[in-house]
Ligand binder design. Sequence first.
Ligand code: F6R
Length: 266
Amino acid sequence: MEILILESKDAVAAFGAEIFAEQVRKKPASVLGLATGGSPLALYDKLAALHRNEALSFRDITSFNLDEYFGLSSTDARSYRHYMREHLFSRIDIDESRAHLPACRDDEDPWEKAEAYEAAIREAGGIDLQLLGIGRNGHIGFNEPTSSLASRTRVKTLAEDTMRDNRDWFREGEPQPELAMTMGIGTILEATEILLIATGSHKAPAVRRTIEGPVASVCPASALQLHASVTILLDPDAAAELELTRYYQTTGEHQARLLERWKRPD
Ligand code: F6R
């Protein structure tokens, strides 16, 4: 795991956007794994700005979102499809027919839809770079605590913490879905590279358990310790409970020097 503690929330968004932009420049037909929620908003703003001002093109990109609320149509304003349109898709030149979310309406078979989502990821050649946020309970995607670390795409019941944290996304009196279709932890771990971003003190305990705790399903994000190429970008508040901060800084400096001396071809 590469842990980078940056000076601010804005620096996390800028650095994260640069990692995504670099991936797209290097491989214009990349398969990107995308997330919703508050964490990626500023990163998506920066990608939209790179598209607008520096002609960064997403024309050949295929994308797969981590999750979607269960039982909603793609035009429902509560859906993550709607969120993605508003915050990213409508602001870049992605071909939305290649922008996938694990949607499942009430009248559709969730098992078939989940298998089809997994198959679509495989057919696209797998995810090159997966973006993750983290829940205050340590969830990634909607893999809530005690989710199997080998899980695949399926419908999950949202935890109480998650329901509470996400309430603000819904209007007064609007029903809040209690179920979501989510990539599994096993699915997420198959991405070639993973970028997790976390900001704010409410994320600090989950960040500590993810990085310095044991690998355990009570903190689903701790499964990232099993992946060979994970970068975690934190602001000082989210990093506040880490014990090995100095070590992460030192390894970062050493890594930068090694990279400088032994540049790897792309
Ligand atoms: C969103 C997702 C979730 C969020 C997490 C953090 O697609 O999969 O795991 O990343 O709940 O949410 P925010 O960023 O709103 O704190």
